[in-house]
Design a binder for this molecule. Structure first.
Ligand code: ARG
Length: 477
């Protein structure tokens, strides 16, 4: 009973949810649209610094694409085997039980989703400000203020209406593809003119250490993050056992190809040193190649990043909503606005954490922190797949990957998490681990033993009145 009422509660999406409307084309679009965001416009310089040569960084770009593809194929098995929403949350629940599943929802609502939002909004701000400040590096405080402004605007859009959020998403996805095409065509034109000098001698430079390679992967993998996004909407996919793996097999190689071509384009227009020095590579690229139309570049990148941030908050709102409905977060976070039907408390909560991250973090540090934490859970999902092959051998598996794939991805994720700790121990990694395990302090009393402190009822009531939100079920009783 409760479930069906809740479906009505988030009407516009969940009505769609039941109709299986995502075919092959939309599946590919969902993957490509989420993956291409800020990374390809900010990460190339960072990757070059960490690897020390054009050749190694190019190989890492391709390797990140391959790793994302293998990870996503393993997720296709998980997603067609357990079709309920919540992706990792549902798989951990099946394979390891409620405590690890809780830790996942704890970390993703408090850290992973807000840090995605913070990184993308900071990249948005960097490009928006760079368009106006050409003489010197843009002041950090201005960049941060613009990033905060972006968070507020996206929060407003998503609290205002679900349809407005979706419309922003579609328009901005189209703009992102235009940005990608401009860079690729501009680069091709430069290459035809014979500007190939930065692509020769690609491997001259120092050999990077294993830890540096792992952190270079973090930078690259950020640009590919979102490869598991279709798993969050498995229930909406038509014929998922065919279309989920197919969308993955088309979408991820397509993004890899775009990223490879964009990297070549950047190098056709500037030297590796210029690329490293540039705060916003795509702007430098536009200034070199587009002449009077150079303004097109920062404009399309800001539009692309704004769209990604919007999609990320949209998804984050749903995650918060689902996790608190299962009793894994405060009740108030699952409430919806009484007239607008948007999960406003969850969205505001995420935006506040993202805003704090914008104030105290930098793009580079947030990306490292994000990738380190995210790959612990991606590795966990691989382990869940392997464990379930033994513990649930008879579960129907409409799509089955060769077991070597999750094993390889698991080994690589262990390397990605452990290598930077050993190579350059940083206190942030320890904080991240303590934070993940710290979730257990809340899990035992509040989830396992179901205790609710008395004052929580008052807090819930206060926010209900302030935000005009109600539990979804009460609206339809
Ligand atoms: N790959 C995207 C970028 O380069 C970030 C995607 C964030 N992840 C997500 N699931 N929304 O900006």
């Amino acid at each position: 009973m409760r479930k069906s009422l809740e479906r009505k509660g988030s009407a516009p999406n969940d009505a769609v949810h039941l109709q299986r409307r995502v075919g092959l084309f939309s599946g590919v679009a969902l993957i490509v649209g989420t993956m291409i965001g800020s990374g390809i416009f900010v990460s190339p310089s960072g990757l070059l610094v960490r690897t020390g040569s054009v050749g190694v960084s190019f190989i890492i770009w391709l390797a990140c694409g391959l790793l994302s593809l293998l990870g996503a194929l393993a997720y296709a098995e998980l997603g067609t085997m357990n079709t309920s929403s919540g992706a990792e949350w549902a798989y951990f629940m099946d394979a390891f039980g409620p405590a690890p599943a809780f830790l996942f929802s704890w970390v993703s609502t408090l850290v992973l989703k807000p840090s995605q939002m913070a990184i993308i909004c900071l990249s948005f701000a960097q490009y928006a400000v760079e368009a106006f400040v050409t003489e010197c590096d843009p002041p950090t405080s201005v960049v941060k203020m613009v990033a905060l402004l972006a968070i507020v605007m996206i929060l407003f859009v998503n609290c205002y209406s679900v349809n407005l959020g979706m419309a922003v998403q579609n328009i901005f996805t189209a703009a992102k593809l235009v940005a990608v095409l401009i860079v690729i065509c501009g680069g091709a034109w430069k290459l035809f003119q014979g500007n190939t000098q930065h692509l020769s001698n690609a491997f001259s430079g120092d050999t990077p250490t294993l830890g540096a390679v792992a952190t270079a992967f973090y930078t690259g993998l950020w640009a590919y993050d979102g490869w598991n996004n279709l798993n969050y909407v498995t229930e909406e996919i038509k014929n998922p056992s065919k279309n989920l793996p197919r969308s993955i097999m088309i979408g991820i190689p397509l993004v890899t190809l775009c990223y490879a071509l964009i990297n070549i384009s950047y190098l056709a227009a500037m030297s590796p040193t210029e690329m490293i020095d540039s705060e916003a590579v795509a702007v430098t690229f536009g200034n070199r190649i587009l002449g009077a139309l150079a303004w097109l570049m920062p404009l399309s990148v800001t539009v692309s990043t704004f769209g990604s941030a919007n999609g990320t908050l949209f998804a984050a709102g749903r995650l918060c909503f689902a996790a608190s409905r299962e009793g894994h977060l405060m009740d108030i976070l699952s409430y919806v606005h009484v007239r607008r039907l948007t999960p406003a408390p969850g969205l505001i909560f995420h935006s506040l954490i993202a805003a704090a991250m914008v104030l105290y973090g930098t793009i580079g540090s947030l990306i490292d922190f994000f990738s380190f934490t995210a790959w612990i859970f991606y590795g966990g999902a691989m382990l869940a797949l392997i464990v379930m092959r033994f513990t649930k051998p008879n579960y129907p598996r409409p799509y089955k990957v060769p077991i070597i794939i999750p094993v390889v991805v698991l080994v690589i994720s262990i390397y990605l998490v452990v290598a930077p700790i050993i190579d350059t121990p940083r206190i942030e990694y320890l904080y991240a681990l303590l934070f993940i395990l710290g979730g257990l302090i809340f899990y035992v009393p509040f989830v396992k033993l179901g205790m609710t402190p008395r004052f929580m009822n008052k807090v819930t009531l206060f926010f209900q009145l302030l935000l005009e939100v109600v539990p979804t079920s009460s609206m339809f009783e």
